[in-house]
Ligand binder design. Sequence first.
Ligand SMILES: [Fe+2]
Length: 203
Amino acid sequence: MADDIITMLTTDHRELRRLFDMMTEDRSSRPLALPLAVAMLEAHSEAEEEQVYPALAREAGQKKEAEHAAEEHHEAENLGKHLLEMDWESKEFDRALERWTSAVVHHVEEEENDILPALSEALDPDRLQEMGMAFAQRRSQALAGEHLKAGSTGGGTSGQQEHGGETRAELYEKARDLGIEGRSSMKKEELAEEVHRAEGDNG
Ligand SMILES: [Fe+2]
């Protein structure tokens, strides 16, 4: 039997922290560990926002918490991507790495102390199990998508892309800029629809 969502998220968090420690303690590990940590965090966040936060908002009544957690994901994603463009041996990198890892660790702690207990209290074991599988599948797709993007040389869109090839993270950012409420508990299709509608209204 596969792990439930609580165990899966906790395991993923532990793996991220291992990579953070590695990069902090051993500079030479950075060229290998950084892209891994950035891709992992992105896939983790995307899967969590699609498969977990909507249930957190709707089934566990934690709408505000879901919204807050999604904001933290996007901040962390931006910090991580910024690091990819920096010289990993520089002092600036040290500082940016410290900022990034503390932001993620803060988020992880909130999630493990507040969000996960709320989920496991509100949802029955079968639902937690089912959510774990959905999360793992979505995470795996996101990681494979990263791989495909990295391997393609321009222009190609993968089969599962729609809405002009925008990822959920991109749609989420647009939704935030447009002030769309309830965005953190929306699935990608809903986000795309709301963004499309709001952009239509503005134009
Ligand atoms: Fe998270």
